[in-house]
Ligand binder design. Structure first.
Ligand code: ATP
Length: 871
């Protein structure tokens, strides 16, 4: 069969049709060709995931421990340790698969969409539902979702670097290519995975899924490898170091016992107990679970996390660079005033009997890609509000709808709006004369204007005219409105519309468009500032408009600086660095400016979140520590580049995500602190007993019981601690700070020592009866003390302040853990397995009192501190 790019139009039409499919045909094709998805060959099998659970130094130490315990004739312990290792691996696998699933479902939420013509109507569908024969409607900012042949195009440019490696944009158009040629030269085709960087096109889909060019090489790009977050990496490093230290100490303890003339096997058991005590088995699963829960909560709050790493970065964000339109403002545009013929009038006062007024309306309606259908606004709000303005001008009353005008005149050429040029132009034949209508930013358009409409005549524009227009622009902008300028020019027959020819215009007028701030913006900005985060507005709009809005919502304060993109281009990196903290508004920026702003902040060691929606925003989104894309108005390219997508486009959602990010980090740290402090207590007791030549205080079974069962419950509950407002009252965390900073280590030590002291005391009390009772007492006290300790690790506040009800899980974890302990002590089968002695009532009471003591002391200390802080 002839290759698609070499087909004539007729052949193409015969094979695929060129007018799009009906839903029925599409469903049939979906059955025949399958989903438009790339098979993920890099996905690990469950068995592989299970096996990988054993490739951990700490697990290997446990395996060695089980062997030693078998040699020393301790069969029960061996069985328990092996059972625990396998159980742990199963749990690890289940968690991994679950976390992966939850990430996949998040991905689904932000999965790419595409616009197609189905049943003759433009529809947005999931890219994976595209089938051969669909008519794909592409525009700047889209990611091409399937391979296809262009049937209609307007200045289309695409970037095919994912396929060809060529990073420059290539022009593509509808044409026939009879000869054979290389992929890169097939300019009548677009390929899946390419980015539309400019213009628009209609494309008939010819292949989907694994049949696309990218599908053929898809196994090269399966990059689903595990991407660990910085926290996971530093925890991995921490675990490795811990394993080495544990082994070293175990060897020392073993030698010490031998030196004390203890039997070899007993000494080995001591060393094993120590190793088991020290290994925080539950640590890595807790981190994964807490992160997964955090992302789920964020998705509920409209922030969809695409990279797990973003959750951590969000917690230490110190600068948020946000777009204005739609993110800080409502993106509900209304034309409130029109400046025409030297006067300000209302939209209702536009009079179509005047040629000047008519030309303004022509421009507003014809040079416009949006529409209003059945009262529903479709497209860019800046453009739909111009159509509403035309309705207000009374066109509708005269039976002249936007469709009638558009039907009357055919668009011949166009250069779409882009935020670099800040202009949009369309060429029409008006009464037989080729006429270009251009609208855009006042400063940009005015610089290309030579004439002005004076009533219904045209004359050369004077300095006074320009001053008047600029003055009016300033008056509008100071109210925070967006101002658009309108102009036209007649051109010679055969003259093409190009970016270079966008000059020599006749000025028509200005429109002033309000876009009120979102109600929640002001509060969200204030929360950001209180949380030590600098909010910065970066917008394509005019400096005065931007500053006015920034003032209204509290981003811009007296003494701050507002810079334009042009001013930014004129200062050196050093100069920018000097004023950076003072600049709160950047106006008329280009996408390149955004990269420079992110870079300048990052050079100061700040963690930057940056929003973006446009086609050219992808590099800045990738450069930022947290790239934030807009779910509603954002282009597919920007969503693809971002680490987080806001499903409501709202600035306030970023602040919520920061709060959640901080909470996830705090909870993980608290859970780590809880687990490590408990382990430290056990290590101290084992070390003490070995130095004092006492019998071994714990059997490996005891420690595994604590580390894996009773300890994981409070740790999980700590991970679920809800976010509280106080999290937004602290400065952002320093990302350079390691896990074991001084404050953290000091607390660890204090908690560890205090639990060790009560455990050791219980051991001595038990020793009065016999060695087995001593061990039982130590085991029970350590377990219960750690369960109590779970409440202390929930937050930095006393339990009296945060209350028990605010985290029901922690109460449930405590109760379940205590029941398990009672079962281990009392149930007939269990007490032989755990080799525990039956204890007297007095000893049981002592366990309760001793175990509660450390928590009691820490809570009272906190209560006193809180009392004095209040004063
Ligand atoms: P941000 O979303 O980054 O805050 P913005 O949406 O205000 O920025 P752009 O969309 O890049 O910025 O618009 C920049 C300027 O271009 C506007 O101030 C306006 O003058 C002009 N403009 C915006 N939309 C259009 C359009 N559809 N046609 C012509 N000009 C436009």
């Amino acid at each position: 069969m002839k290759e698609v790019y070499r087909m004539t139009k007729d052949e193409l039409a015969k094979q695929y049709g060129m007018k799009g499919l009906t839903e029925e045909q599409a469903a049939k094709n979906l059955e025949t060709y399958g989903r438009n998805e790339l098979m993920d060959k890099g996905k690990k099998s469950i068995f592989k995931i299970f096996l990988s659970q054993f490739a951990d130094l700490l697990v290997i130490i446990l395996i060695i421990a089980s062997v030693i315990s078998m040699i020393s004739g301790n069969v029960e312990s061996t069985i328990v340790i092996i059972a625990v290792i396998v159980l742990n691996a199963i749990l690890g696998t289940v968690q991994y698969v679950k976390a992966q699933k939850s990430l996949d479902s998040l991905k689904e939420l932000s999965s790419p969409k595409a616009k197609v013509l189905r049943d003759g109507v433009k529809k947005e569908i999931m890219a994976k539902d595209i089938v051969p024969g669909d008519l794909l409607l592409l525009e700047a900012g889209d990611i091409v979702a399937a391979d296809g042949r262009i049937v209609e195009s307007y200045s289309l440019q695409v970037n095919e670097s994912s396929l060809t490696g060529e990073s420059t944009n290539v022009e593509k158009k509808d044409m026939e290519i009879p000869e054979e040629c290389a992929l890169g030269d097939r300019i009548n085709m677009v390929y899946s995975g390419s980015l539309v960087t400019y213009g628009r096109a209609n494309v008939v889909v010819t292949s989907t899924g694994m049949n696309t060019e990218i599908g053929k090489i898809a196994n090269l790009m399966n990059n689903t490898g595990d991407k660990k977050t910085p926290l996971q990496v530093s925890l991995d490093n921490f675990s490795k170091k811990l394993a080495i230290i544990i082994m070293a100490i175990s060897v020392v303890v073993f030698l010490l016992r031998i030196w004390q003339k203890e039997p070899v096997l007993d000494s080995l058991m001591f060393a094993v107990a120590l190793a088991v005590a020290a290994i925080p088995e539950a640590l890595s699963s807790i981190v994964t679970i807490v992160q997964a829960m955090g992302t789920r909560r964020m998705a509920k709050d409209n922030a969809i996390i695409k990279e797990l790493k973003a959750v951590e970065s969000l917690g230490s964000v110190s600068v948020i660079c946000s777009d204005k339109t739609g993110t800080l403002t409502q993106n509900k545009m209304t034309v409130t005033e029109v400046y025409i013929d030297g006067k300000c009038i209302l939209p209702e006062e536009i009079d179509i009997r005047s040629r000047q007024h008519r030309y303004l309306l022509y421009n507003a309606i014809l040079n416009n890609d949006s529409s209003i259908s059945g009262g529903k606004e479709i497209g860019d709000p800046t453009e739909t509000c111009l159509l509403v303005m035309a309705e207000k001008a009374g066109l509708g009353d005269k039976g002249i709808s936007e469709e009638v005008i558009r039907d009357m005149m055919e668009r011949q050429e166009e250069i779409p709006f882009d935020s670099d040029r800040k202009l949009m132009s369309s060429k029409y034949s008006v009464h037989g004369i080729p006429t270009v209508f251009t609208k855009g930013a006042v400063d940009v358009l005015l610089a290309r204007t030579e004439y002005i409409m004076d009533g219904d005549t045209v004359r050369t524009i004077t300095k006074t005219d320009i001053d008047n227009i600029l003055n009016q622009n300033r008056i509008f902008s100071e109210k925070g409105t967006r101002v658009l300028a309108f102009a036209y020019k007649e051109c010679k027959k055969g003259e093409h519309l190009t970016k270079e020819s966008e000059n020599g215009y006749v000025f028509i007028g200005l429109t002033s468009i309000v876009d009120p701030p979102r109600e929640e913006s002001k509060e969200a900005v204030l929360s950001a500032i209180n949380a030590g985060i600098k909010p910065v507005m970066i917008t394509g709009d005019h400096k005065v408009t931007a500053t006015a809005i920034a003032k209204q919502i509290g981003i811009y304060h007296d003494g701050d600086i507002a810079l334009t993109g042009a001013e930014l281009d004129n200062i050196s990196d050093k100069e920018l660095g000097d004023i950076l903290e003072k600049v709160s508004v950047y106006a008329r920026v280009s996408p390149e400016n955004k990269i420079r702003i992110v870079d300048a902040w990052q050079k100061k060691g700040k963690i930057v979140a940056m929003t973006g929606d446009g086609v050219n925003d992808a590099p800045a989104l990738k450069k930022a520590d947290v790239g934030v894309a807009m779910g509603i108005t954002g282009t597919e390219v920007s969503k693809d580049a971002a680490a987080m997508v806001l499903s409501d486009d709202n600035f306030a959602t970023i602040i919520k995500a920061v709060l959640n990010g901080r909470n996830v980090y705090r909870n993980i740290m608290n859970a780590i602190q809880f687990l490590l402090s408990g382990n430290l207590a056990a290590i101290f007791v084992v070390l003490y007993c070995s130095v004092m030549a006492l019998t071994t205080p714990f059997l490996p079974v005891h420690l595994l019981f604590i580390n894996l069962l009773t300890d994981s419950l409070p740790a999980l509950a700590i991970g679920m601690e809800p976010a509280d407002k106080s999290l937004l009252q602290n400065k952002p965390r320093n990302p350079e700070e390691g896990i074991l900073n001084k404050k953290f280590s000091m607390k660890l030590l204090a908690y560890g020592i205090s639990i060790a002291v009560v455990t050791q005391t219980a051991f001595y009390i038990g020793l009065k009866v016999n060695a087995a009772s001593a061990s039982t007492m130590a085991f029970a006290t350590l377990t219960l003390a750690r369960l109590f300790h779970g409440f202390t690790c929930r937050s930095g506040y006393s339990i009296f302040k945060i209350g028990l009800k605010s985290n029901k899980w922690s109460v449930l974890a405590f109760l379940t853990g205590t029941l398990l302990l009672i079962a281990a002590l009392m149930l007939p089968g269990f007490n032989t397995l755990f080799m525990v002695e039956t204890l007297s009532g007095f000893n049981l009471l002592m366990i309760g009192i001793l175990a509660f003591l450390p928590t009691f002391v820490f809570q009272v200390v906190r209560l006193i501190k809180e009392h004095y802080n209040k004063k």
